[in-house]
Design a protein. Structure first.
Length: 107
């Protein structure tokens, strides 16, 4: 996929998670990025790795010139809600499939 960046989350030498992000292409907007996949191995969830990985990726996306980051999650996903809200994302609507749409503005 064009502009697709994939990030592995490591704990020491072991891969414990995965995240994917991309720049908006339709229409092209170099200031808008999407985090569209994010998972931490279930044996390592709830230990702060998701929060750490997300903050590192936000910093990386910021360096790429983003002014806004969008992400989405299922309404029932309370962990994702907490994770993204803690990182400064706010709800701005929903997608056609019912997923909740969130945005973080980069200052
Ligand atoms: C969402 C996900 C990436 C978060 O990663 P994580 O490493 O578990 O996150 P953290 O440990 O940093 O926790 C983030 C917050 O969620 C809370 N949390 C973590 N696991 C939880 C659980 N099972 N139930 C309720 N809250 C939970 C934590 O307490 C933390 O909040 P706090 O700092 O106020 O205590 C991970 O749980 C996951 O992969 N889930 C399945 C896939 C998914 O839902 N992806 C995201 C949406 S696409």
């Amino acid at each position: 996929m064009y502009g697709n960046n994939q990030v592995a989350v490591y704990k020491e030498q072991k891969v414990i998670g995965f995240l994917a992000f991309c720049v908006e292409v339709d229409p092209p907007d170099p200031e808008l990025y999407w985090i569209f996949r994010f998972m931490i191995d279930k044996n390592f969830q709830g230990q702060g790795y998701g929060t750490k990985a997300l903050n590192l990726v936000i910093e990386e996306i910021k360096q790429l010139g983003a002014k806004r980051i969008h992400t989405m999650h299922k309404p029932s996903n309370k962990t994702a809600r907490k994770l993204y809200q803690k990182a400064g994302f706010v709800y701005i609507g929903h997608l056609d499939d019912g997923d909740l749409l969130m945005e973080k503005k980069i200052t």
